[in-house]
Design a protein around this ligand. Structure first.
Ligand code: SF4
Length: 466
């Protein structure tokens, strides 16, 4: 357990503490005391009857902005906690004291705002955040590969959410309904999304925004029928240099749907096997067969789509050998992008109660194997993010080959440009690059509420983008 008298630091400290997976008899207390422009931090580490105290102090630099003071303070306290836990538990973490979702964004912001030299990224992550040499180098490498980044407040990305899936995967933490449970609401949902798209067109016109990329995600948008996709895509007529539709479940893809996507200018699709082990697929609640994945992929190639495939390391029952076979098969298929996720184990999910997961050492070997093998076969990492409760405190990495990066993935992970979110549970983010500030506006989460409250959300959106 970790306790602190600083409410604003509590979440970060708890996250960092949990990443160490400490036993229940360990208690850590933190107190911050401010006096005469000096801040003192007291840490008490208890294990059974043993108690150790640690103190560190620093002077407040009055010349720094409030934002900078806040981020330095957070870093110093987290680093101190990291050192104490690392010393007492004799353990290091791959991402050191970093707990956030976007390590690459943190590094990019420090470079863009003049606080870090780009050629020193890896060194500074190791020195200032105790990041392991491999992960620090990975971040530096990704930043080098994100050449398409343009910070411009008039450039936007569009995200349209279709939170519907054929069945629910047991590891899923998204809000997504099974098709069979909401079949009678799908047409109405499409009508409502179209209504919001038309309101967004007005916003884009008024603000003279330029749409850079469009991403239809979910959920599984390809669960819609060819006719429904056609009706929706008729309205998504923006000029953008990239247009992606997630077709995550191979059992939802057929030639008719692929033709509809092509006719409407979709340039990229994502087919997500997650694993090529059919026993695992059954275990995690996905009905698809490998032959359906290969069929969908071949039909996509025939139509010249840029294709991504997602995989998950650490699925229940999978040992290193099975994961290696999946990565090897993916490389034989040679999609333009491969995204390798580390399983995120949400507390309370059915999956959480299962026992058959790889140990930390094995999950690290899986992620290292994916990185090494993909790199040897011409793939390069280009975006990265972390989630809570990922096995081994690891990460998700997107790889590309031959220049085919997904602009939307980079923009959304790095929070470089404004994103207008459309649909239930979609979040709009307005990025102010000069002011270094982001405002967020979420739509309501569930399909039924979204349909009922669309007018209210459109009004809020107009106000938000004024
Ligand atoms: S396909 Fe994706 S969104 Fe749908 S249930 Fe599975 S993990 Fe969740």
């Amino acid at each position: 357990m970790v306790k602190t008298n600083c409410e604003d630091l509590e979440l970060d400290l708890v996250d960092l503490y949990n990443l160490f997976e400490p036993s229940e008899n360990i208690i850590l207390e933190h107190k911050e005391i401010e006096e005469n422009n000096k801040i003192t931090n007291l840490f008490t580490f208890r294990i059974d009857d043993e108690e150790k105290e640690y103190t560190f102090s620093y002077d407040i630099d009055e010349h720094l902005s409030d934002l900078r003071k806040k981020s330095l303070r957070k870093r110093m306290v987290k680093n101190q906690l990291y050192k104490i836990l690392s010393e007492n538990l004799n353990k290091t973490l791959p991402w050191g004291s970093l707990t956030g979702v976007r390590p690459t964004k943190l590094a990019r912001d420090l470079i863009d705002y003049g606080e870090m030299k780009d050629y020193l990224v890896a060194e500074m992550l190791k020195r200032d955040y105790f990041v392991s040499p491999q992960k620090a180098e990975l971040v530096a490498n990704i930043l080098r590969n994100q050449k398409c980044i343009i910070r411009n407040d008039n450039l936007i990305d569009l995200y349209i959410n279709i939170p519907i899936c054929p069945t629910r995967c047991i590891y899923c933490s998204f809000i997504s309904s099974e098709l069979v449970k909401i079949k009678d609401k799908v047409e109405k949902y499409i009508d409502t999304v179209i209504k919001e798209i038309n309101a967004v067109k007005e916003i884009i016109k008024d603000r003279a925004y330029v749409v850079r990329s469009i991403y239809i995600g979910g959920g599984t948008p390809s669960v819609l029928s060819a006719k429904q996709l056609d009706r929706l895509l008729n309205e998504v007529n923006f000029l953008a240099s990239e247009f992606t539709v997630e077709c995550g479940r191979a059992d939802t893809i057929n030639e008719e749907k692929l033709d509809v996507l092509k006719e409407h200018g979709v340039s990229r699709i994502s087919i997500n096997p997650q694993t090529f082990c059919e026993a695992t697929l059954k275990r995690i609640g996905r009905k698809q067969k490998n032959k359906e994945i290969i069929y969908a992929y071949q039909k996509a190639l025939e139509r010249d789509f840029v294709a991504n495939m997602d995989f998950i390391a650490g699925l229940p029952g999978e040992k290193l050998g099975i994961f290696k076979r999946t990565i090897n098969t993916a490389i034989e298929l040679y999609p333009n992008n491969i995204t390798v996720h580390t399983l995120s184990l949400k507390r309370g999910s059915n999956l959480f109660n299962q026992k058959d997961f790889p140990q930390n050492k094995d999950i690290e070997k899986m992620i290292d194997y994916a990185k090494d093998t993909l790199t040897q076969n011409g793939y390069k990492p280009y975006y990265l993010y972390r989630q809570k409760h990922q096995l081994g405190g690891l990460e998700n990495v997107g790889y590309f080959r031959d220049g085919d990066v997904c602009i939307f993935n980079i923009d959304s992970m790095e929070e470089i440009n404004t994103i207008i979110g459309i649909g239930a549970n979609a979040i709009s983010k307005r990025v102010y690059n000069i002011e270094k500030h982001i405002d967020r506006l979420p739509n309501v989460k569930f399909i039924e509420d979204y349909i009922a409250r669309i007018d209210e959300m459109i009004e809020k959106k107009k106000e938000f983008f004024k």
